[in-house]
Design a protein around this ligand. Structure first.
Ligand code: FAD
Ligand code: EPU
Length: 279
C-alpha cells in the first residue's frame, strides 16, 4: 500500500472487489475527494462501483482502477429530504431501506440491487418496477479535469444503459423522491421482493444477459435445458438460469466459456449485460 497526497494506492486482485469474485490484479486508487479523483485520473483509468456488474479478466487490468471511498458515501447521513444530493459511492440497499423508513417513494424498484449509486446510474439499474433514471434529476461528474453538472436527460438512459461523457467519473447525484408513508412504501416493495425471491444467493454478477425484446433470457436458457451446466466452478444457477454463479474457484476463462456455451445453445441471440474488464 502506498499513499499520495490525495489517494491510497494498492495492488490487489479485483476478485476482492467484485461480487462474482473473479478477476486478476490492478492498481486500486482509493479516493475520498475531488483532489484524489484528479490525481487518480491522470493516467488511463476505469471506475469501480460496487463491482456487481463486472466480469474481470484473470490477468486483471492495466489501467488504474478508481474506487470512490467514504468521502463519496452519504449512506449514513441520508435523512428525510425528498430532494437530495448523494455521493456516488452510497450503497443502494441502504438507500432503499432508509427511504422506506423515511416514507419516501421512488426507489422501490431498486430493492435487492447491490450497486453503488454511481454504478446504478452508469448502468441505469432497475427492474420492471422502476429504474434509477425515474428519480434522477442531475449528476455532478469529473470530466476532463473539471467538475461539471449534467441534467439527467443528458445521460440518455435506456434499458440497462446510460451515455456518460467519455472518461466521466460520477461524483454525486441529485435524486427527487416523493413524500409518502413507510406503510405505502413497504406495500410497494412487496411485489419487488417477491419477484426476486427466485434469484440465487450465491456469488454472481446478477443477470448475465439482457432480455431480448419480448422475452426473458432466463426463460430461454432454462428452456434450453442449461440449468446446472458447469465449466469449472462457473455454473448456470439452478435457481434462475440467467445467473451464472461462482461455486468457489471460478476463473474468468470458465465464465467466458460458459457464456459462449449458453449463446451457442440458445437460438435467440443473447447479449451480455455485464461490463467486461481486461482481455
Ligand atoms: P460496477 O459493477 O462496479 O460498474 C458497472 C459499470 O459502471 C462500469 O462500467 C463502471 O465503470 C461504471 N461505474 C461505476 N461507478 C461509476 C462512477 N462513479 N462513475 C462512472 N462510471 C461508474 N441490475 C439491475 O439493473 N437490476 C437488477 O435487478 C439487478 N440485480 C442484481 C442482483 C445481484 C445479486 C447482483 C450481483 C447484481 C444485480 N444487478 C442488477 C447488476 C448490478 O447490480 C447493476 O448493474 C448495478 O448498476 C452495478 O452497479 P455497481 O456500483 O456495482 O457498478
Ligand atoms: N424464467 C424461467 N426460468 C428461469 C428464470 C426465469 O422460466 O430460470 C421465467 C420466469 O418464470 C418468468 C420469466 O422467465 O416467467 C421472467 O423471469 P423473472 O421474473 O425472474 O425476470 P427476468 O426477466 O429473468 C428481470 C431482470 C432482473 C430483475 C428481475 C426482477 C433482466 C435481464 N433481468 O429478470 O435484473 O432483477 O427482472 O424484476 O432484465 C439484472 O439485470 O442483473 C437483473 C437481475
Amino acid at each position: 500500500m502506498s499513499a499520495t497526497s490525495a489517494a491510497r494506492v494498492e495492488v490487489r486482485p479485483l476478485a476482492d472487489f467484485v461480487t462474482l469474485r473473479v478477476g486478476g490484479p490492478a492498481e486500486i486508487w482509493h479516493v475520498d475527494d475531488v483532489a484524489g479523483v484528479r490525481e487518480a485520473t491522470r493516467e488511463p483509468f476505469r471506475v469501480l462501483g460496487a463491482g456487481s456488474n463486472l466480469l474481470v479478466a484473470d490477468d486483471g487490468v492495466a489501467e488504474r482502477v478508481v474506487r470512490l471511498g467514504r468521502g463519496f458515501d452519504d449512506g449514513r447521513t441520508f435523512g428525510s429530504d425528498a430532494d437530495v444530493w448523494l455521493g456516488a459511492a452510497t450503497p443502494l440497499p441502504g438507500l432503499v431501506r432508509r427511504a422506506k423508513e423515511a416514507g419516501l417513494s421512488g426507489l422501490e424498484g431498486l430493492l435487492g440491487i447491490p450497486a453503488a449509486l454511481g454504478g446504478a446510474i452508469a448502468m441505469n439499474a432497475g427492474t420492471r418496477y422502476g429504474e434509477i433514471a425515474d428519480v434522477l434529476v442531475e449528476v455532478e461528474a469529473f470530466v476532463e479535469g473539471e467538475v461539471v453538472r449534467l441534467p439527467a436527460d443528458a445521460l440518455r438512459f435506456g434499458y440497462r444503459t446510460a451515455h456518460l461523457p467519455e472518461g466521466a467519473v460520477l461524483l454525486r447525484a441529485r435524486l427527487r423522491l416523493t413524500p409518502s408513508t413507510p406503510e405505502r412504501v413497504a406495500a410497494a416493495l412487496a411485489p419487488v421482493d417477491a419477484a426476486r425471491a427466485g434469484q440465487p444467493k450465491a456469488k454472481s454478477a446478477g443477470c448475465a444477459f439482457t432480455n431480448p425484446p419480448g422475452d426473458s433470457a432466463g426463460r430461454l436458457i432454462d428452456a434450453a435445458g442449461l440449468k446446472g451446466v458447469r465449466v469449472g466452478d462457473a455454473m448456470v444457477s439452478p435457481d434462475h438460469a440467467n445467473f451464472i454463479v461462482n461455486l468457489g474457484h471460478a476463473t474468468a476463462a470458465d465464465v467466458d466459456a460458459l457464456l459462449a456455451e449458453i449463446q451457442r445453445r440458445v437460438e435467440v441471440p443473447l447479449e451480455v449485460e455485464w461490463r467486461r474488464w481486461g482481455r
